[in-house]
Design a protein around this ligand. Structure first.
Ligand SMILES: C[S@@+](CC[C@H](N)C(=O)[O-])C[C@H]1O[C@@H](n2cnc3c(N)ncnc32)[C@H](O)[C@@H]1O
Length: 270
């Protein structure tokens, strides 16, 4: 399993020089409203311990640290975790370089175990078993994903949709599957339910606003990553990237723009 995770990570482009900086700069961190929903589901005012699986550069880990006594981020990619470590000096945050299925953390101490944009990278059942081991009774596992591309403006959205479609098509043609090929996000709730490990499971939706502009949108598209082969053997992906960037610059000019981030939270309560 860890070999397959290594393969996925290697093929993701997330290990490339400078990628973690782009990721941390241009990806959104969870809005307060979304954190409120999870804390409400966990039935506490302030979680004692949150474990953030597949924490990447720690965008959600840092946001959670403002709301919880202690947060532990778990991430196997050394470049992402290095960026996470340098991005915070908060004393209630720590990071472990590990796979989500085997964190080495003690049993039963967590109010919340989260996967932000990361559950589709992981073989679900062993990770759910680990999440349940970490949670106290009544604690919450949540796979949290925002819709990509987010809603900006029809012309801009269409250009980014076209880019996403070309990337998916090229990955298929070149046999370079991403994690979501094996474990699509729309199966997350079924995985939680069929694990039989949670007394209650459902999907919640929430949203937040994020100020963006043309350069941030282009950075967000860049932060999706992609293996070198994709860009060498599928030049249409690069062309559609340039077209999307051009559209964003034309439509948004130098304006700041309110961007609606829609989140789907697939939640299981232990
Ligand atoms: C799209 S990033 C999400 C990062 C962060 N949670 C966020 O919201 O910005 C997915 C992360 O999951 C990590 N990952 C991949 N396979 C994993 C596994 N088996 N266990 C834990 N993390 C994993 C990747 O290295 C990557 O950093």
């Amino acid at each position: 399993m860890s070999e397959f995770s290594d393969e996925l990570i290697g093929r993701s482009g997330y290990l490339s020089e400078g990628f973690a900086d782009v990721y941390d700069r241009y990806r959104p961190s969870p809005p307060a409203e979304v954190l409120d929903v999870l804390i409400l589901a966990a039935g506490v005012e302030q979680p004692t311990l949150v474990v953030d699986l597949g924490c990447g550069t720690g965008l959600a880990t840092r946001a959670l640290a403002d709301r919880a006594d202690e947060v532990v981020g778990v991430e196997p990619n050394p470049r992402m975790i290095e960026r996470a470590r340098t991005a915070t000096e908060k004393s209630n945050v720590s990071f472990i370089e590990a796979y989500a299925r085997e964190t080495g953390l003690p049993d039963g101490g967590a109010d919340l175990v989260t996967c932000w944009q990361s559950f589709h990278w992981m073989e679900p059942q062993p990770v759910l078993a680990e999440a349940v081991r970490l949670l106290r009774s009544g604690g919450v596992f949540a796979a949290c994903d925002y819709d990509v591309p987010p809603f900006v403006e029809p012309g801009v959205d269409a250009a980014f949709e076209a880019l996403g479609g070309a990337r998916r098509e090229a990955r298929q043609r070149l046999a370079l599957p991403a994690g979501a090929t094996s474990w699509p996000k729309d199966r997350h709730l079924d995985e939680i339910r069929t694990s039989g490990r949670f007394r209650y499971a459902r999907e919640l939706v929430a949203h937040g606003w994020w100020d963006t502009d043309a350069e941030r949108l282009i950075g967000l598209a860049r932060s999706i990553g992609g293996p070198r082969e994709l860009f060498e053997q599928a030049p249409e992906v690069g062309e559609l990237f340039d077209r999307a960037a051009e559209t964003a610059r034309e439509v948004l000019g130098d304006r700041t723009w309110p961007l609606l981030l829609g989140y789907r939270l697939r939640v299981g309560i232990k």
